[in-house]
Design a protein. Structure first.
Ligand code: TYD
Length: 137
């Protein structure tokens, strides 16, 4: 698999669902030290995002609302898709993977936990460069 699934606890009562995530060594719910959290709100179903890889970044990606498909590619001929549509279901990405985010529902809200601060130099935005890079590591 090009990713690992994480299921966080979900507390459901008559008033809705609550998903707590603790960032500490004891709970180890997230497999790295979280340095950054960002959200993506994407309601244009015909648009895709991503089209890049990271040289040195781990991420946990979850869909807080609605749904979307995450496509991962290892540059070695393996491509996998994950459908995310549950507030407590996440995907852990490690290593250099090309990612495309697509097929967003109108109400889609994505949250991403990242292991490093934002660094524009960490991005590989050309697919050919990505394939050459993964063959080299
Ligand atoms: P980008 O990573 O290019 O998003 P996508 O690949 O999904 O289109 O980021 C879009 C913009 O947001 C870009 O101008 C940089 C900025 N950005 C930050 O400032 N900090 C961040 O942590 C991220 C992820 C993006």
């Amino acid at each position: 698999m090009l990713y690992k699934r994480i299921s966080f606890d979900k507390f459901e009562d008559g008033n809705g669902d609550l998903v707590p995530i603790e960032f500490n060594e004891v709970s180890q719910q997230v497999p790295f030290d979280v340095k950054r959290l960002y959200f993506i709100k994407c309601n244009k179903g015909d648009l895709n995002r991503g089209y890049h890889a990271h040289r040195n970044l781990e991420q946990v990606i979850m869909c807080c609302n609605g749904s979307f498909i995450l496509e991962l590619d290892d540059g070695l001929g393996n491509v996998e898709e994950v459908y995310l549509n549950e507030i407590n279901e996440a995907v852990h990405i490690q290593g250099v993977k090309w990612r495309i985010l697509k097929e967003f529902s109108e109400d889609c809200l994505i949250a991403v936990l990242a292991s490093q601060p934002y660094d524009v130099a960490d991005y590989i935005r050309e697919y050919d460069e990505f394939v050459a890079y993964v063959k080299d590591i």
